[in-house]
Design a binder for this molecule. Sequence first.
Ligand code: CTP
Length: 868
Amino acid sequence: MRIIASHTNLDFDGFASMIAAKKLYPQAEIVLASKLSPEVDHFLAIYKDTYSFKRVKNINMNHVRNITLVDTNSLSRTGDLKNELHEEITFTVYDHHPLTEKSVTFEEGVTEQVGATVTLLIEEIQRKEINIKPFEATIFALGIYSDTGAFTYSSTTGRDLQAAAWLLDNGASLAVVEKYREAPLEHDQQSLFETLLDQSTQISIDGVNILVATHEQEKYTGNLAYISRRIMDRSGVDAVFSIVKMGEKVFITSRSSSERINVLPIIKQFSGGGHKKAASAMIKHENVNNIQENVLEQLNEIVTPSLTAEHIMTSPVRVVAPDTTIEVASKMLYRYGHTGFPVIKNDQLIGVISRRDVDKALHHNLGHAPVKGYMSTTPVIITIDTSLEEIREKMIYEHVGRLPVMKDGTLIGIVSRSDVICAMHEKPELHITYSKSSSIPYRKQLIQEMRKQFSPPVYDLLMLIGQEAAHKNMKAYLIGGMVRDLLLERQNEDMDIVIEGDGIELAEKLQSLYGGHVRPHEEFRTATWTHPTGFKIDLTSARTEYYDFPAALPKVEMSNIKEDLYRRDFTINAMGICLHEDQFGELIDYFQGYEDLKQGKLKVLYNLSFVEDPTRILRAIRFESRFQFFMNDQTFSLAKQSANHILSVSKQRLSSELNRLFFEEDSLYGYHRLDELNILPYLLEHIVDESSIYKRLEAFKEMRNKIKNKKIKLSRSLWAGQFFSLTSLSIHALEEIEAFCLTKDDGQVVQKLYSLLEEKPLDNISIDSPYSEWHKHFANVKIEPLVAYFAIEVSMKPEFMSKSVEYIVKRETLEPLLDGKDLIEHGLSPGPHFKEMLEHAERLQMDNSSLSKQSLLEDVLRYQLDTE
Ligand code: CTP
């Protein structure tokens, strides 16, 4: 186990460096020092849930093998960590402080004197081409800006500026950097700062606070703009107007940190200038009180109405019952990626259970206990009108991470820290947990397209299912691949139906009315109805998800179509078409799937999607290849981060995805993406070098195309041969690949391929050898291992390509002139020699296609006599 640690009194550079180190070592745990600096503490009050941080006491130090120290190179600065060491621990150090005799001995890392340690880590991240998210870029920028005094300290180097430039290109928010960074004031500035804070009036308008401060002094103090910003930071208000008379002149400076407050119109009235968030004016011979009055009168005009809980909450809310066990709650938290649940009893909110509460209880082995014993019983609640700013304040000052939203005594939504972060950063892609997916889906009528593309029996079946569902007070939706392919105008009649109601009940009803047969899957309340025409239709209950957690769940948790779509792999697969009579053919799209489809984007719906189901990474590559779509940056980096989770998936599940990737899609592209996402080491141990793989897969591609052009079919089991070609082709590689072979055919392909590669029959044949010579070696080899063998050989001897393909075409299209009956008619009695004779006949035919049946027969009979 690796941990990442830094110094006590952790500042932004140390903090940013830890997050950056986690990018380099994703498996490592970040262990926070016992004491944080006030800036970092303030920052974490709102961003706490974004990362998982540990304290030394939560770590079993016996398991630790490496400590990655950042922003310090000495253990004396690490607080309680230094008391927990053992001999087997090695160190990695990233630091910009000079080494001293107290420095640890380390084997890995970089210690160079740049302005901020995080610069060193950013350089490493760039070298390794690791993607970062805008939010991470912002944290890193906070590290650089604070440790270089916004590039004014003499320790600043060009490397810091270059790193910062890269961060800005990667979406770092300077607004956030400005809000959280702190720098010291000079003496007279400090006293003006304190005076202004003392002599200020604070006004609250629709959730934002504006401070107006005045003062008169004879001497001039510079940098009023910076002082105003510091006042804003210190007092926590959203905007400041500082009105200071210095001698004859009155300086009016204003700052705003909120998108909702535009200070410019007021400043302009005093003939000043600037922009929405920072503006200033200077006028002479004016009375400070008059100016203050004037400003106060106009404040209402410069505040735009707030975003409220209604805009940012998640609705409907997943809840738990008081008797739900801690263990079940924990599973649900993991599964849905939530950080807490409201606890509901008889439709009343009675508490909130958070991830921290659950973790604590689990730590004490209390998984069996009901959540009611560990929930907070006096939840801080809000209403739909509570403004974003008020929500943020509540979270910071009441130390709560999620606020239930109530309307007329009923729970209608929840706002979590990530909702607030998302709303503040105005970057929806940062927040893909889709709590902000619109509660009203995008709709589009698709009846015309359905009529055009679906065969009449399929169209009629969909109508019928919708009608029967309606009779049972249920709603049916066509979902998944068939919807996606309808919009892409691609043939697909693989029907997946989701029912808001009971899938089995509906399937049984359909069977009683229209025949066919039903296969129920009780555990998931799902049924497959095989229609008399042979169509197989999967009818799934939208509430399936909850069957993993029986009994304890109250009714409000029953899922609807939105819930069902939400748990799917990509937005383009998370659309439904309503089959209910009244809305038949209406596309239901909550997650911008239609938009993504138009733009060719593959996006997951929630951060843990790949962790929950790592086969989705393979699906993503497959869809990219099939539709020429691309994962967006965030989905790509989530996939990359989740690569190691592939290990937790059974070979069987992996195989059913891999065989599609390597048989149906462009396997060169597939390999390229598997490599980019660093998946291969988690699939195979005996991988060969990249250049050989490219050559082999190119040979496969060319050979398959040529064979396909001759209308010769290859079976799916070829995939196993193609997959084997990624390896060293050793016996160990064979064993590894065999574990992925689900069918007998798959296994036979790789075994035969392996033995051909061992025997090397091509070494005994030349390109000029007659086909009969080739046939002698390969007549009994099935086409799939043969193609695989030829492709691998051709990758080293390209001159063999044409002849190999020609041989395959020749033998696959050969129509034998003789069969066993012909031999019997000529007085021969059947036996093993028949096979040999007929093979001989085939060989002759291959070299001479104009041979008549008669002369062939004569030749074969002569051959028989010769060999006797
Ligand atoms: N699905 C998912 N996660 C998976 C597999 C499937 O969320 N690991 C969901 C997707 O919504 C998908 C639907 O289940 O659309 C049906 O799955 P499947 O039939 O396997 O895939 P299709 O999307 O239909 O793709 P294909 O055309 O390749 O079969």
